[in-house]
Write a protein of this length. Sequence first.
Lengths: 257, 282
Amino acid sequence: MSVVQIKDVTKRFGETTAVEGIDLEIEPGEFVSLIGPSGCGKSTLLRIIGDLIQPTSGTATVNGKPARQARIDRDYGIVFQDAVLYDWRTVSKNIALPLELARWDRRRRVDKVKEMLELVELSGFENHYPWQLSGGMQQRVSIARALSFDPALLLMDEPFGALDEMTRERLNMELLQIWEASSSTVVFVTHSIAEAVFLSTRVVVMSPRPGRISNVISIDLPQPRTATTREEPHFFELVTAVREALHLGHDLERAPV
Amino acid sequence: MRRGVGRVVLFVLVLAVLWGLWEGYRWLWMREAWTWPFVVDETSMPHLHSIFQALWSSARPGGVGPRLITILFHSALFTAKEAAVGFALGAVLGFCLGALLAHFRILARGFLPWVVASQTVPILVVAPMVVVWLNPKLPGRFQDWGAVAVIAAFLTFFPVTINTIRGLHAADRRALELMRSYAAGNWRILWKLRFPAALPYIFAALKVSATASVVGAIIGELPSSIQDGLGGQIINYSQYYTTQPTGLWATNVIAAALGITFFLIILVAEKLVVRRAPENVA
């Protein structure tokens, strides 16, 4: 059974069509990146999967349920571009937020938070407040929070877009390790071609106005990915393939009808 | 620690400058015999040191009986009780009203103009009415001062209501989406996100209200002819102003000190309660 199933989804905001006629299926354990220029509706698509907005037409199914039911069952965790940590909560308390909302008892919460802190390598920072951490550390807390209740699906909306290149590459590696350890499915929105190729099992290329899927490229780089993956010739071939697919989307848009 | 020392030095410095301005103005106007905007003499602007001297000497001419500061201190305690109860009442009511209006926008549209209108009515008009209406209904323990507390609450609730509405809508859009992704209900979104996000706004209002509640209590004492508070003392000493101006000035000093104390209590409470990134403090 697919983790995500999107059938003929269209979303309009008033006069503008954000996405149109989207079909996409994501299998368990996949790491799928949505890539495209600004305005191609990749964030809109992610929000439709998360039932944070509803499609104008078509259906979105998560774990075989309507997206709304999946949200109510807390089937997914979400990470935004900003860490969106609550200022008034310590690192531990931020990670424990979804657990509190799911009414876990105190003991279980404490154990789980400890485990998550180890996973994102932030042990020792449990009593810090968010503003006392660097941007990269804040984003790691946000990932720990999204994974704390073991969701089958992780939705990430340009999670590393605001970070510098060095931090970004390190967090890419960490994210892959977490993905392997937790055996979850990831849908990842990004602007960066290299990042999409490095992380994904599949890259979904989107074109703008209206947002459509213009191409889907399988990334057959060997697993697990390592620091040297970025230096392999095949990595560059795939980066080129994604780049050309992106440009093709642009050209199609400009071509006379 | 060094910052603490710096603050004390700054405080003393500002005090010295204000002292110098008062005495300098007084000296210049008296020497030149200027009459604009008012005649400066021992009655209109007594020496600051004689005001403080008056605090430490006996209240009655002749030098027998308790010191003025002791009498005023007891009056201030009485007024503080009225103001504190009024403040608590106003803050709770103000918050509840704000939360209600923030949640039901239709209510806000209908009621907010009336809430604003309530504050445009001068407190001197409202105060006697509250006393006349309320006093006969109050049980013995709350007789008289209870009505004054209600007047103080009347001045307290408004800033709290306005800032509660503003604060409850101040939560970050992404933070709200996050709550939605956790399928959190409205009630839990209110307590776990909207309320904590509103706290800096609410405390900003509480600081305004804390001093306003003291003013409300003093003004409320006037129409209810309560003699035990600072309002009573102000009436009392304003009658003797021409012969003994320092008495009224000393009462002013104590009333100001009470207002500042209220403000500082809220400030300390804010420091203890509100945890916020230094750049995000409203």
